[in-house]
Design a protein around this ligand. Structure first.
Ligand code: SF4
Length: 219
């Protein structure tokens, strides 16, 4: 139901054809995003072909590092345009307009293109993507940005204690603030995890929403 609204927001931010809002992006970032959107590095492994889905504005105080687009997001070109995105926005306390504002929220998944589906669901993000693009994109974000890490692949790359399980890492949320928040993947398939870990909704999410609000207020 909200897809048209999301697409309007994305279209508004793509008026110059590069994915940027005219006049508010550095030329370096504009060029970089042009390169990202033209990327074909792992095209031979992408059954639906390359279609990088990424959102970055200069100085965005929040970056969401997730997994990779699913088929629905591949088709819409709108990041988190699915039930997982609805839940993630609820977890973060963000409305659609703020979530899709590149100056507020950067969305930089582990793989920018839909990797296809295997017997167990969507395939992992392509391993070429994060090493190729992440650091160059993150260089346009503030050093004191809030990183929202969601899913096992992003956790493995960006959370120091890789020996811990997702649950152990999420449970240690107090140790990671103010710089990082680690979330389970917000997929509806994780409902059982949420039921088993009621502390997440009762204690973690209120603190996460407060930290997100502060990051936006301090811009
Ligand atoms: S997944 Fe990443 S590395 Fe592969 S084609 Fe897409 S943007 Fe390029």
């Amino acid at each position: 139901m909200c897809t048209d609204f999301r697409r309007d927001l994305i279209d508004a931010s793509r008026r110059d054809g590069t994915g940027q809002t005219p006049g508010c992006m550095t030329s370096d970032l504009t060029d970089l995003l042009r390169q990202v959107r033209a990327c074909t590095i792992c095209a031979e492994h992408l059954p639906a072909g390359p279609r990088p889905v990424v959102q970055v504005g200069p100085g965005a105080p929040i970056v969401i590092i997730g997994q990779a687009p699913g088929r629905r997001v591949h088709e819409s070109g709108v990041p988190w345009d699915d039930p997982s995105g609805d839940r993630l926005r609820d977890w973060l306390g963000l409305d659609l307009e703020t979530f899709y504002d590149p100056a507020a929220v950067a969305i930089v998944p582990m793989g920018f293109c839909y990797p296809g589906t295997g017997a167990g669901g969507d395939l992992p993000p392509r391993p070429e993507c994060a090493p190729e693009w992440h650091q160059a994109l993150f260089a346009h974000l503030p050093g004191d940005r809030l990183e929202i890490i969601t899913g096992a692949y992003a956790q493995k790359r960006y959370v120091a204690d890789t020996a811990a399980t997702v649950t152990e890492t999420v449970a240690a949320w107090r140790e990671r603030l103010p710089g990082q928040v680690v979330l389970p993947h917000p997929s509806p398939r994780n409902n059982r995890w949420l039921t088993r870990n009621p502390w997440f909704a009762e204690e973690t999410l209120p603190a996460v929403r407060e930290r997100v609000r502060r990051a936006l207020d301090e811009r």
